[in-house]
Design a protein around this ligand. Structure first.
Ligand code: NCD
Ligand code: ZN
Length: 335
């Protein structure tokens, strides 16, 4: 059995910088046509110069591969209309992090509501710059996403023309919210389609599956699967592939993030095939994102075949999801 995926897109990707970028960028660029590049570097990407120089480093790191990095800015409530008007030419979206909620988000926003962020969000709305949000409150870890949903509702209501993307949703409640507001969209990761909290901490602790938002309950995973498997038009694949060196994962104080980019398409094929919905994968990994963001990525055809693939133990010093395990699909060729 074979499938050809056209122009796969990863709409939430952490490539990092420096030596790590040299490992991650070619891996994503091999199988994906493009990706939305997260701005949570140290320091975060907050100026047009930083966007352009990071983009240049990414393009250098991908080598011969054809791949479009869709750049983002790290949200600041101090951005002016004039700045955003100029920035629009260089970016695809702006990523909003609550301060301190996840890796490298210390410079995020401490008060997220429609009043405090009115000026920036009105400008983004007018300039048609999508807002990507890491939607978690400061509450109990399992409730953080659900508690944040009222913020999404307020923003969606107050800025009806602003495209708001609920990043890496993990709950049934977030899936349901998609139906309530026309301007709300979502990305779903590979790992949240696969795992629940039980896989992370139900037996021996598995640090390589530890991420933010934390994986939730079986009924949440079921709702995510339902949305992805049916290729819900407001839902896109965003891996949230977030590499950390093994020393930061297998350590006291494990960094949050699952590294999935090099195995994502293979694992998605496996999952969609087992659910008998392989025909919907094209929409989930590309078509929906093209429609939502109005993208025309470079052409790429990834041929996957139903043959066993043993996942590499490590890529550089990063351990991927399914390290040394077998996946039922492998990439045969890229055209
Ligand atoms: C991400 C990272 O490491 O940058 N970590 C994660 O657990 N997902 C940040 C993020 O997207 O929350
Ligand atoms: Zn992320």
């Amino acid at each position: 059995m074979k499938i050809i995926l056209k122009d796969p897109l990863d709409m939430h990707l952490h490539l990092r910088d420096g030596e790590m970028l040299k490992i991650t960028a070619p891996l994503s660029a091999k199988y994906f046509s493009g990706a939305l590049i997260m701005p949570n570097l140290i320091p975060p990407v907050t100026s047009i110069e930083q966007v352009e120089s990071y983009k240049k480093r990414i393009l250098q790191a991908i080598g011969e591969n054809v791949f479009k990095p869709y750049m983002t800015l790290f949200f600041k409530d101090s951005y002016s209309y004039e700045f955003l008007k100029e920035a629009k030419k260089h970016i695809t979206a702006i990523k909003l992090y609550p301060a301190g909620i996840t890796t490298n988000s210390e410079g995020g926003v401490s008060k997220i509501d429609s009043f405090s962020l009115k000026e920036v969000l009105e400008a983004m709305s007018e300039l048609e710059i999508p807002l990507c949000v890491h939607g978690e409150s400061e509450g109990f870890v399992m409730d953080r996403e659900s508690e944040f949903l009222s913020v999404y509702e307020e923003l969606a209501r107050e800025f009806p023309k602003l495209k708001i993307i609920m990043e890496h949703i993990t709950t049934k409640d977030a899936v349901n919210l998609l139906e309530k507001y026309e301007n709300l969209y979502a990305t779903i990761t590979l790992h949240h389609l696969y795992i629940t909290l039980d896989d992370v901490a139900g037996g021996l602790l598995r640090p390589h599956l530890f991420c933010k938002p934390i994986a939730k309950r079986p009924e949440d995973r079921m709702a995510l699967r339902k949305a992805a498997f049916s290729a819900h038009p407001k839902v896109m694949f965003g891996s949230d592939s977030a590499p950390h060196p093994v020393s930061k994962k297998e350590s006291l104080g494990c960094a949050a993030g699952v590294f999935t980019a090099p195995i994502a398409l293979q694992a998605l094929c496996d999952l969609f095939e087992k659910a008998d919905v392989l025909d919907n994968l094209q929409k989930f990994v590309s078509d929906n994102a093209k429609n939502i963001y109005s993208l025309t990525p470079p052409k790429k055809e990834v041929v996957l075949v139903k043959e066993e693939y043993e996942v590499e133990e490590r890529f550089g010093d990063v351990v991927p999801m399914f390290s040394k395990e077998k996946i039922g699909w492998r990439v045969e060729s890229v055209l």
